[in-house]
Design a protein around this ligand. Structure first.
Ligand code: GLC
Ligand code: GLC
Length: 836
């Protein structure tokens, strides 16, 4: 009996182990690195997995089931199509197609009809998405993308009859118009239900709500073929009590040619076609946006000027034209991604660095934090700190646009160095409702500016006249903006000579000068402790890192005196941290308004925080006294877990009014003990300061999405992009991620892996080489295009160490510095690095 039980227990254990294996290796697709695509093969992903289309002014979000929406420049003020956030079921609203083949109705993206498909594939690529589906031997492919420089989304629909019988197919397109202002559209129904207006001419449906008043823009949805009907009134098409999965019109198999007057205007084309066995057909749909001159709005009374739309439509009315535009898009991405590419021992690393991480950085350039499946597109504009940090992820790809971005950001600063926390992309003006006083904000301008100059060598940016508060009459040189940023910290020190935190430093939820007892008040905008004296160790570390950068820059441009003076302030900060910022085993996080410590072993909860460990170790404060090493060892001991490094530990389980928003979150989530992926790379970089390449890389792989692909079931969000937060070790479900795509995580991880772990970083006078890699690696290769010079770098690690260089050969000749100089432009040069 005993042995039998033992046997049974063993079998059970084995089964549960196998189950776990199956559970943990649940994948929903695979990486196609050759085509730079993620291929989703099961539409029922644990959350919608999305992609972004568009690269300049016009954008779409598109999910793996065809959900999503389109906007021009600003997801709040110029939204073209409607989307329903947080809906039931998830991901409702999109660019949908209904195929009716005999009695079977289906959608090539699976949704909205959700008919089981014989084949389904969604390929998310670089700014395009392609669906391939088939049912009953009818194959349909939908390719969506936005041609470069174009204000319209193309949907190329290809149908092929793979059966041996002739098929009669009915095809319905569907989008729902948003009445431009996305916020108003979701709230102001008493007005909106009466304003909607459309026009239909030939195969084009025009959306012209509010065109006759102050709007000089309209939208259209077209197809390059005669149609057999259309609908523009939502209720007529769908039926008041139906869902998008079963519209009346599709059920009946016949459009009703409805013209919307108010309520909810939509655009649906109806096409009938006959396909012989083996026959194929291609259709080109276009969703476009048009702006017209004020006195050129009308063709005749109440009839809009359609010429601009017609011109757009004819630009892409054939498959050849569309294919060419897609080719151009591919070349565009070849160029962007070609500036940095690596060959390592792990394809998961290569695909992050070469493809997806860079791609995500460009998406954050375009979107900042405005529109994703977690950001509704109406909430936030461009963040001062976020946009500066994002820049380090894309400056090598689009230096000119990065320069313009720096200019826009700096224009929202004030003379004393403080700045608006956010600005609106359409107006580029600071957002007064959110205001300023987030005291870390100004310093990030030094990061973005020095990153830009190091990448490009373009010092002229410093002389550019840049307004304060968007007022041209208050312009000063960009250098003066940096100086103002630096001295904003110097002029705002607290009782311990540490930086005052203001409303919040990087951590938006550490609101130490805001004690809100009113649930109707925002932690972000309430500031009821004027003259608050709370101090931040994160800003202290940040100041030392970017203060040193500022000093270095001053020296570069011959401002020796300024460099000397600034250095004194940096030195004083180092001393202040050593004296008042050290807890014994790690750096404190802050002093609260009452002068009490935060992030200390003396605290009951929140004894240790990640941010100050990151910044003070990157700043190497007290390295000679062992502080850096102790701090990072403490991170490992207290903050590290299977899924990454948590923000603080132990997480708060009570509400501490004097801390602000942080303790409002349940333990293990967001800024309260979540793995806030944005700041994990700070620790990776800190580790490289000690030469601990194994540890740095271990942290890297814990949160890099391609390394988590097998955990998709738990991780939930896309395995090809970073998310803002993974639930921490004290959460209900550790490892579950949220808020993918729009996060500083993208740029910081790219920066950490390329510049600190692989260790190849732009400097004012060349490319610095200083890898800090896992000791088991034999080496790696990187191709780096820097200042129009191509460097083919090969790092060899024969002694299996993590850090240290024995020699560097440039085109076969040894150099005696670890900075490879700027060589002949337009040429390829070989750089051989032997570690040792
Ligand atoms: C969000 C904000 C960012 C902030 C971070 C931490 O990601 O966009 O500005 O630093 O949260 O609170
Ligand atoms: C930041 C934080 C988030 C907070 C928000 C607004 O984005 O990441 O946790 O809720 O600011 O307060």
């Amino acid at each position: 009996m005993f042995t039998f039980n033992l046997y049974l227990a063993r079998v059970k254990k084995r089964i549960s182990w196998v189950n776990r294996l199956i559970e943990t290796t649940m994948k929903y697709g695979y990486f196609d690195d050759e085509n730079r695509e993620y291929v989703i093969t099961n539409p029922k992903t644990p959350y919608p997995w999305i992609n972004y289309l568009g690269n300049e002014d016009f954008f779409s979000l598109t999910s793996n089931t065809g959900g999503g929406y389109t906007f021009y420049k600003d997801a709040k003020f110029r939204r073209l199509t409607r989307y329903r956030y947080n809906n039931i079921p998830v991901d409702n609203g999109g660019k949908y197609f209904y195929v009716k083949d005999g009695d079977t109705t289906w959608s090539p993206g699976w949704k909205p009809v959700k008919t089981e498909l014989d084949h389904y594939e969604c390929r998310h690529g670089m700014s395009y998405t392609k669906f391939k589906a088939s049912k009953n031997k009818l194959e349909v492919e939908v390719l969506q993308f936005i041609p470069l420089g174009f204000w319209g989304e193309i949907q190329k629909v290809s149908l092929k009859n793979a059966s041996s019988d002739t098929k009669k197919i009915k095809l319905f397109s569907f989008i729902e118009w948003c009445l431009w202002n996305a916020e108003d559209d979701m709230t102001n129904f008493q007005r909106n239900f009466s304003t909607g207006e459309v026009e239909v001419k030939d195969s084009v449906i025009y959306h012209k709500t509010e065109f006759k008043e102050r709007r000089n823009h309209y939208a259209f949805y077209s197809v390059n073929s005669p149609i057999d009907g259309y609908d523009t009134d939502r209720e007529t098409f769908i039926g008041l009590y139906n869902g998008l999965d079963s519209p009346d019109v599709v059920g009946e198999g016949q459009s009703r040619n409805s013209v919307a007057h108010g309520w909810s205007p939509i655009a649906s084309h109806y096409l009938e076609m006959e396909l012989k066995p083996g026959e194929e057909k291609e259709l080109i749909f276009m969703l476009g946006y048009v702006e017209v001159e004020k006195d050129n709005k009308w063709e005749s009374k109440s009839v809009i000027n359609k010429q601009p739309a017609q011109d757009m439509i004819s630009a892409y009315d054939t498959s050849e034209k569309v294919n060419k535009a897609l080719e151009e898009l591919r070349t565009y991405w070849d160029n962007l991604l070609g500036k940095i590419s690596i060959e390592s021992e792990d394809p998961r690393l290569d695909r992050m660095v070469n493809i997806w991480n860079q791609y995500q950085c460009m998406v954050t350039f375009n979107m900042s934090r405005s529109a994703s499946f977690f950001e509704s597109g109406i909430g936030r504009g461009m963040g001062f700190r976020d946009s500066n940090q994002d820049l380090i992820g894309f400056v090598h790809q689009i230096p000119e646009r990065a320069r313009e971005r720096i200019y826009d950001i700096a224009s929202t600063q004030f003379e004393d160095g403080s700045c608006y926390h956010q600005y609106q992309p359409l107006t580029k003006k600071g957002n007064a409702a959110v205001g300023g006083n987030f005291n870390d904000d100004p310093l990030w301008l030094i990061l973005s500016t020095t990153a830009y100059i190091k990448e490009t060598g373009d010092f002229s940016l410093l002389d550019e006249m840049v307004p304060f508060d968007n007022d041209a009459s208050r312009a000063k040189s960009h250098f003066e903006h940096l100086k103002a940023s630096f001295y904003h910290v110097v002029h705002n020190l607290g009782p311990h000579k540490l930086p005052l935190i203001g409303r919040a430093d990087w951590n938006d939820c550490l609101n130490l000068n805001c004690f809100s007892e009113d649930p109707n008040e925002s932690f972000q905008t309430t500031e009821n402790q004027k003259g608050g004296t709370a101090e931040s160790l994160m800003i202290a570390g940040l100041f030392v890192v970017y203060g040193k950068e500022y000093v270095k820059l001053c020296k570069q441009i011959g401002k020796e005196k300024e460099a000397e003076e600034a250095q004194l302030h940096v030195d004083a900060m180092v001393e202040a941290v050593k004296e008042h910022g050290w807890d014994g085993e790690w750096y404190l996080r802050a002093y609260d308004h009452f002068g009490k410590k935060i992030g200390s072993s003396e605290n009951e909860e929140g004894k240790i925080f990640i941010e100050s460990q990151g910044w003070c170790t990157m700043a190497e404060i007290g390295k000679e006294d062992g502080m850096v090493e102790k701090s990072l060892n403490s991170v490992k001991e207290h903050l590290d877990c299977d899924y990454g490094i948590v923000l603080n530990y132990p997480a708060f389980t009570k509400y501490y009014i004097e801390y602000g928003e942080i303790s409002t979150y349940p333990a293990g989530y967001k800024e309260n003990g979540g793995i806030f992926c944005h700041n994990n790379p700070w620790i990776m970089i800190g580790e490289t300061m000690l030469g601990r390449g194994d540890q740095a890389y271990d942290y890297y792989t814990k949160i890099a999405p391609s390394f988590l692909e097998d955990l998709s079931e738990l991780h939930k969000v896309e395995p090809y992009v970073y998310c803002q937060m993974i639930a921490g070790k004290e959460a209900h479900k550790p490892g579950e991620a949220k808020n993918s795509w729009l996060s500083g995580t993208a740029s910081w991880n790219f920066y950490a892996i390329t510049q600190h772990i692989l260790g190849i970083s732009p400097e004012y006078d060349g490319l610095a080489i200083n890898p800090c890699i896992p000791s088991k690696w034999d080496g790696f290769k990187m191709k780096r295009v820097f200042r129009d010079v191509t460097y083919n770098i090969e790092v060899k690690n024969p002694e299996h160490i993590s850090k240290g260089i024995k020699k560097i050969l440039v085109n076969g000749t040894a150099i005696n510095s670890n900075i490879v100089p700027i060589l002949e432009k337009g040429k390829e040069h070989s750089v051989e690095v032997i570690m040792g």
